[in-house]
Design a protein around this ligand. Structure first.
Ligand SMILES: [Zn+2]
Length: 237
């Protein structure tokens, strides 16, 4: 059936908005695609149905506005996200989608602004200089297992919600150098000398920037990533 021509521009607008929305709220799907890559990703008890797109305005408080200002000052490109109640106690409040922090990063979804600010600074002031120091190379990509995920700590059926459930954590799995070499937590943490020194330098720096940092030394569940979150007060393992 032919679409009346007067309807078409409106449909285009609707399609564009749908695209924009899916770009903003695509995280839970992205996380689903990553299932099975890490031991603690198997949680399903609290998997959200669909995020309710009933966002209230975000970045209304002074602290949140300061954080958004800091991100802009740092030259970071980002989209502020509307506040989201995902159900099951999971939420994204005063969160952003990072678009450009100077180094491409895989799998980033919603991140609370303070997490995004510290992550961007860690990439700029720790990751990139450390790669030059230990490998004489630029980092061309930071690989992660994602940010937002509505689940308990360790993916347990009961227990406390993970900081991932509040968009307040990111799991970093490795780094790609300009020559194509991949320095992964899985392998690199106990790998050759430069890899070990590089990853431990990043761990040390992360511990100064994030509230909680968990490395492969913490437990078996973290053998393949750094867990970085903004809760806690310098918990560094
Ligand atoms: Zn994590």
């Amino acid at each position: 059936m032919a679409i009346p021509s007067f309807l078409q521009p409106r449909m285009l607008v609707a399609a564009t908005m749908a695209l924009a929305l899916s770009a903003c709220f695509g995280t839970p799907e992205a996380m689903k695609n990553n299932r099975g890559k890490r031991p603690d990703a198997s949680a399903s008890a609290n998997t959200p149905k669909r995020p309710q797109v009933t966002g209230t305005p975000s970045f209304t408080g002074a602290e949140a506005q300061q954080c958004a200002f800091d991100l802009k000052q740092a030259g970071v490109r980002f989209t502020p996200l509307p506040n989201q109640d995902h159900g099951g106690g999971c939420s994204s409040i005063d969160s952003v989608k990072l678009l450009d922090i100077g180094t491409p990063v895989t799998n980033l979804g919603a991140m609370t602004c303070p997490l995004a600010r510290n992550f961007a600074a860690w990439a700029q002031y720790a990751v990139r200089p450390a790669a030059r120091k230990y490998f004489g190379q630029e980092v061309v990509k930071i690989e992660t297992y994602g940010t937002y995920s509505c689940r308990n700590i360790y993916g347990g059926r009961s227990g406390r919600l993970s900081q991932h459930a509040y968009s307040n954590a990111v799991d970093v799995s490795g780094f790609v150098l300009a020559d194509g070499r991949r320095i992964m937590l899985d392998g690199g943490w106990q790998g050759d000398k430069p890899s070990q020194e590089f990853l431990r330098a990043l761990h040390k720096s992360a511990c100064r920037r994030f509230g909680t940092v968990l490395s492969p030394d913490y437990n078996a569940a973290h053998y393949n990533h750094f867990h970085l979150d903004m809760s806690g007060n310098g918990y560094c393992r």
